[in-house]
Design a protein around this ligand. Sequence first.
Ligand SMILES: Cc1ncc(COP(=O)(O)O)c(C=O)c1O
Length: 401
Amino acid sequence: MPRPDLLQRLATHTVEREHAQLRRRLRTIDHVDGPWLHSGSQRLLSFCSNDYLGLAQHPQLVAALTRAAREEGVGSTSAHLICGHRSAHAELEEALAVWTGRERALLFSTGYMANLGVLQALLARGDVCVQDKLNHACLLDGAQLSGAELKRYPHADVTAAARQLASHPTAAALLATDGVFSMDGDVAPLRELASLCALEGATLMVDDAHGFGVLGDDGAGSLSAAQLGQHEVPLLMATLGKALGCSGAFVAGPDALIEGLIQFARPYIYTTAMPPALAAAALEAVQVARSETWRRDKLAGLIARFRHGAAELGLPLAHSASAIQPLLLGSADTALGAAQALERQGLLVTAIRPPTVPAGQARLRITLSAAHEEAHVDRLLGALETLRLSDASQAPLGNPV
Ligand SMILES: Cc1ncc(COP(=O)(O)O)c(C=O)c1O
C-alpha cells in the first residue's frame, strides 16, 4: 500500500470543510481607527475585537512602545533564560503581581503558550485534569500535551466536576476553568469551584483572559470580583492582548509556582522573549487600565444599553453580563447569513460556528468596547432589528449572572 500523502490529506479536509460551509477565511484589515476598520474599499464598524477598554490605540501606550523601541530596539534577541529578560519585562511582572494580589507573575509570549506551559509543567501521566467543557481550546490542548487524564464536565456544572474529582480520589488533580467564557460571556461559578477544590485537595487554575482589566475592583479580574485570593486560586493566567490592548500573557501565583515554571514550562523556556517595547507598552496599559476607571463604567453602560435594546427586540441573548454578548442562532447557516447581512450594512460581527462551538450552537459573537459610543450600539440594534432574528433557535447556554 502506498504511503498516504499528508498534504493531500490536509487538502481533502479543507474541501470537506468547504462542503460543510464551515471554511474559515482570512480578512486583511488595512487600517484601524478606534472601532472602525478599513478593509479594501469597506469601512466597517467593528463589534468583534477584544479591545474591551479601547486601549489598543491609546496615545500613552503608543508613546511607551515607540520610546522603548527607540532605546532598546525591536526584538528581545533571545529567550528569557539566555539574555532576553530585560528590565521592562521585570517591571511589568512586578506590576501585574501587585495588581492581581499575587506573590509573583511570569510573562509568556501568548496566552496559548502560557496555558500549554502551565499544564505541561504541572501535570504528568497518572494525574487528572478536570475542565469545563466550554474552556478555551488551549486549556484543553495543554491537558492533552501533559499526558494527564482529561475529564470535561458540562458547562458550569459544579456537581459534575465534584463527581469527576471524587472518582479519582488519589490522583494529583488540577481543575481548570475560564473565568469569563470566551464564546458565551458568562462567568464561571468561581467561589463554588474554589470550595470544591479546597474540599478535594485539588489545585484550581483560572484563565481570566476576558475578565482581566474589566471585572473586579480596579479591573483586577474575575477573581478579584469573586474575592478569591492566591490561597484559594493559586494559578491565575490572563492575557495582555484583550482588555490591555497589547499582546502576550502572564501567569500569577505563589513564588514556588513561578520558580517551577521557569524551570519546567517548555513554552516559556524555548522561545524568544516578547519584545521589550511591548512590555513597556503593557506596563503603561496596566497604569492606564487601573486609573482610567471611566472606561469600565462606560463599557458597563454600553453593555446595559445593548442588552436592554436587544431584549426589547426579542433577540436570542445569552445570559452574559460581560462585554461578550452572543446572539444564539443555532445553525451555522443562520449565523453566517446574519453576519453577512450586517456587513452589507457596514457592521462587522463574527459568526462563530462549529468546531469552535458545538454543532447547533452557532452564534453571532458581539463584543463591546469602551471605544464604542452609544450611537454605535444603537446602530447595531437598528441593523439587528432588520434581520428578524427573534425567532431563531435559542440554545440553552451560559449561566445566569
Ligand atoms: C480564554 C482564552 N484563553 C487563552 C487565549 C489565548 O490567548 P492569546 O491570544 O494571548 O494566545 C484566548 C484567546 O485568544 C482566550 O479566549
